[in-house]
Design a protein around this ligand. Structure first.
Ligand SMILES: NC(=O)c1ccc[n+]([C@@H]2O[C@H](COP(=O)([O-])OP(=O)(O)OC[C@H]3O[C@@H](n4cnc5c(N)ncnc54)[C@H](OP(=O)(O)O)[C@@H]3O)[C@@H](O)[C@H]2O)c1
Length: 288
């Protein structure tokens, strides 16, 4: 039976992976208390003890704005730790599954980014995630890296939950309309990851994994408000604003669209349109 080590098991994607990986083997799911990824020696010790056949790293330093002031910690978790896991994966003959981000790109491309496009992160988080990708790729281990985008779900800290909370308290929501991407449900990422591992037809390497289609944060908000109208007592007005009217510590790319054709060709895996997935996710909320 496969032995699978899952890190970040309380995160958005990690939580869902606990369920989707379960049929594939014996899953050891650990959180920050069991393993602090900033501590390279602890990573080596845990991996030597568990000796997994598959390592799934769903942990990351994801506080994008805070990373501007905590670059060292972000680099330890997002850059160094994946490199240490990759070295250990190589030693153990294990497969390393890792997640990365659209923020490795600068967003200046017209059209969707493909895996081979030149990276040029605009912020510290993006730079540290790119460092993690490069450390894995240069390690010589067997790996799958999935770059995903605009992750949301019904638990954890994410844009959907923020909008649902603000919609109950604010009269007006002023939301950025000049950044586009594909909101991607954490559950879909976890399902697709398990499917990729189950079929074993996916060549190892780096793949984009995000919902189909694209929308702005403003358009995403509009869809959330429409789909939850019956669940709310208030109905705030929605105003489109440019990124320049919403200054944040970390600069975001204007274009986060990822082409996922490579994964479809390699494994026949394609996530649904972002709005269909949102409807499914909120359907769960309505019946919960
Ligand atoms: N969220 C997005 O919009 C987005 C977009 C593109 C790519 N991604 C990538 O997708 C993957 C999954 O993201 P997510 O949204 O599921 O993230 P998340 O919900 O923020 O979960 C990340 C998990 O990592 C853990 N973690 C942070 N620092 C740690 C440390 N030093 N040691 C051990 N664990 C630590 C966190 O633990 P605590 O709860 O204790 O802090 C949390 O459980 C990540 O690789 C992320 O970079 C995310």
């Amino acid at each position: 039976m496969n032995s699978i080590l899952l890190t970040g098991c309380n995160g958005q994607v990690g939580w869902e992976l606990q369920r989707t990986l379960a049929p594939l083997g014996r899953v050891t799911a650990i959180d920050r208390n069991a393993l602090d990824l900033a501590d390279a020696d602890s990573i080596r010790a845990v991996l030597s003890e568990v000796r997994p056949r598959i390592i799934v790293n769903a942990a990351a330093y994801t506080a994008v704005d805070q990373a501007e002031n905590e670059a060292t910690q972000a680099l330890l978790v997002n850059g160094q730790a994946p490199g240490v896991m990759a070295e250990e994966a190589k030693r153990l003959g294990a497969l390393l599954v890792h997640f990365s981000t659209d923020y490795v790109f600068d967003g200046n491309k017209n059209g969707c980014y493909v895996e081979q496009d030149v990276t040029n992160p605009l912020n510290t988080y993006g730079r540290t995630k790119l460092a993690g990708e490069l450390a894995i790729q240069s390690s010589g281990c067997r790996y799958l890296i999935f770059r995903t985008c605009w992750v949301y779900g019904l638990r954890g800290k994410n844009f959907l939950r923020t909008i649902l909370r603000l919609a109950e308290t604010k009269d007006e929501l002023r939301i950025v309309a000049d950044q586009c991407g594909a909101p991607t449900w954490s559950r879909m990422i976890a399902e697709a990851t398990a499917a990729a591992l189950a079929t074993r037809t996916v060549a190892e390497g780096l793949f984009h994994l995000a919902s189909t289609g694209s929308v702005s944060w403003h358009g995403f908000t509009q869809a959330i408000l429409e789909l939850t109208e019956q669940m709310r007592l208030r109905n705030p007005t929605l105003t489109a604003i440019p990124s320049s009217d919403y200054p944040q510590s970390a600069v975001r790319p204007l274009n986060s669209r990822l082409s996922c054709d490579l994964l479809e060709q390699a494994a026949g895996i394609r996530l649904p349109d972002w709005k269909d997935a949102l409807r499914l996710c909120l359907g769960g909320a309505a019946t919960a």
